[in-house]
Design a protein around this ligand. Sequence first.
Ligand code: C2E
Ligand code: MG
Ligand code: MG
Ligand code: MG
Length: 279
Amino acid sequence: RAKSNPLQRICFYEAGMDERVRERRALAADLRDAISRNQLTLHYQVQTIVSTGRIRGYEALLRWTHPTRGQIPPGEFIPLAEENGLILAIGEWVLRTACREAATWEPPYTIAVNLSAVQFINADLPSVVRAVLAETGLAPERLELELTESTIFADRERSLEMLRQIRELGVSIALDDFGTGYSSLDTLRSFTFDRIKIDRSFFCSSAATGQTMAIIRAVLALGKSFGIPVVAEGIETYDQLSMLNAEGCEEAQGFLLGHPVTMEDIIRKGQVARVEEAA
Ligand code: C2E
Ligand code: MG
Ligand code: MG
Ligand code: MG
């Protein structure tokens, strides 16, 4: 009986691996032309002030529409771009596109852009950010770069220097997905952030336990004592939002407040005023 033959199962498994490697390679090759073929777009997810319901700004989230495979999630293609170095060109495209868009919004709406570890340890990053701000005319205090702990973990010394140079430009830094890294508290001790984003895993329905609440409260208290706002990610229900309000969490993001959508959708809903329209 073939099914019970372990050797045969191993062979089958390896053939499957081969197929996946081939697929990854093909995808990575397609990604090379994604920018020039206009297959990359940005979606924007609203960031809301909890106590007032006002919009603080938007986070830019990268989307790739593959010509035959359709939408490929960033969790799938960003690791490929990091492996082959394409992330530098893609990351710069994201930054420039997001800043150019945000420069048309009525102040003080902010734009948050995610950075990959590969971009972050690249010596050019501060000059790229400076050039993009100059080119788009976006005020530096309206740009926030989001980093995860794994980004910083790659090379702490270098990260400290990089953070210093970026903050010197007047751009702010958010610690993304907080609570999922290896050494959250040590990271907070050694680095200066302007914002902490609590990972959405703390807000999924199966996480609604006493321990999770205790951790959320502790992070909010940390934010208060550092004097920086905390953003709750992945908020999907009114109950969660009113809990955040009761606990004094400053900002929230999630499907309840808005899915990531195109800028056309946001403008159609009147959720952002453009500078030209305001004038
Ligand atoms: P992230 O920066 O933590 O972004 C939040 C992710 O959570 C987004 O997934 C968003 O669509 C999703 N999300 C937001 N609200 C909710 C909610 O209420 N419920 C649920 N279930 N999910 C929610 P997305 O767009 O697939 O992005 C995944 C990750 O890919 C991002 O996590 C970020 O780490 C990375 N990423 C996205 N765009 C870029 C980019 O331009 N550059 C880099 N380097 N990374 C990016
Ligand atoms: Mg993010
Ligand atoms: Mg996050
Ligand atoms: Mg994430």
